[in-house]
Design a protein around this ligand. Structure first.
Ligand code: GLY
Length: 333
């Protein structure tokens, strides 16, 4: 089983030695210039990373980047692949509905200049990520919700669609028999799709799209459309996207936390691990019963990913190689 094949995450696809220098004070009146050796990532751009196993989505994004397109266009194009994929029951068309049978989408996008846009609780429109981009680029706002977001999408020319596929309707009907309102650890099914790209210019953008927690309460919104929680990009530092139980990500402002930890000098891997630790180590954390995962990249192109539980993965496309990388995880037993 592909998912069970453990591929150790290597944070650098290529690394080189860079020689720096520093002035070491040896005596009050003498200073010797002494070379020090530091390892530095040799950036190889373009680069795309995404949550879960979404090679078609990263391939679409990479196609844009290879042609010299920008990171923002790339992440939108990549996310649209999963939104249109009816087999994916956690994103876009075919997403699992809320308790009442309504498919509601959350998405956000953020560019290299720190601009962002999002839609929450959007119904009947497949490409939530594109509507979010329009909110960012064409309105004075950051976030549109519910009916307002839907109306805006129609004004833009998006078509009205029934997002509840037969397969998702069937799953919901089955769920209704017992109607257990309980988050499920997401091990075999992918969850929110978050994507970050670095284009040939070295500029970073990110996007995040989801139908949210299956069988959620009507009106529930998770982390994915909330800038700083589901996604955060700082073009000088790097970016992070989250997947899993959104409530836990929101409570720790997860993606912003990862980027800030990178700003303080942590590698993307260390930053993802610390952010997961913040969730797990909270007093009375119920972490055994839910999954959260982060993927992150820094400005140098180093990547990291980490989850609470096993079977979280990241897809990475760099140097012409599109690969699934099995994530390390915190709960070993
Ligand atoms: N991470 C998706 C959600 O909780 O809605």
């Amino acid at each position: 089983m592909n998912r069970r094949k453990f591929l150790k995450n290597t944070t650098l696809s290529t690394a080189g030695l860079a020689v720096g220098s520093t002035l070491i004070s040896c005596a009050e009146d003498s200073k010797i210039e002494k070379p020090i050796i530091t390892t530095k990532a040799v950036a190889s751009f373009p680069l795309v990373i995404a949550t879960w196993h979404v090679e078609n989505a990263t391939a679409e994004a990479y196609k844009v980047l290879e042609k010299g397109g920008n990171a923002l266009d790339a992440v939108e194009a990549g996310c649209k692949i999963e939104e249109a994929n009816e087999k994916g029951q956690s994103v876009g068309k075919g997403g699992l509905p809320d308790r009442d049978g309504n498919v509601t989408l959350d998405a956000c996008i953020m560019d290299k200049n720190g601009n962002c846009g999002s839609v929450v609780y959007l119904q009947n429109v497949t490409h939530a990520i594109s509507v979010a981009r329009h909110v960012m680029e064409k309105t004075p706002h950051v976030m549109l919700a519910g009916k307002g977001a839907e109306k805006y999408a129609y004004e833009l020319g998006f078509k009205k669609e029934n997002l509840l596929t037969e397969a998702s309707k069937e799953a919901w009907e089955k769920w209704k028999v017992e109607a257990k309102y309980k988050p499920i650890i997401n091990i075999e099914n992918h969850d929110t799709i978050g994507m970050i790209a670095i284009d040939k210019n070295g500029d970073i953008s990110g996007a995040c799209t989801t139908s949210g927690l299956a069988y959620k309460m009507g009106g529930r919104v998770g982390d994915s459309p909330i800038i700083g929680a589901g996604l955060f990009i700082d073009n000088e530092v790097g970016g992070c996207v989250a997947t899993g139980l959104g409530e836990e990500v929101v409570k720790t402002v997860g993606s912003f936390l990862v980027v800030e930890l990178m700003r303080q000098g942590k590698s993307p891997q260390e930053a993802c691990e610390e952010a997961i630790g913040r969730i797990v180590n909270k007093p009375n954390s119920n972490y055994k019963n839910f999954q959260v995962g982060y993927v992150a990249v820094n400005k140098q192109g180093e990547t990291g990913c980490f989850g609470i539980h096993q079977w979280f993965s990241m897809t990475k496309y760099q140097n012409g190689v599109n690969e699934q990388i099995q994530s390390e995880f915190m709960v070993k037993a």
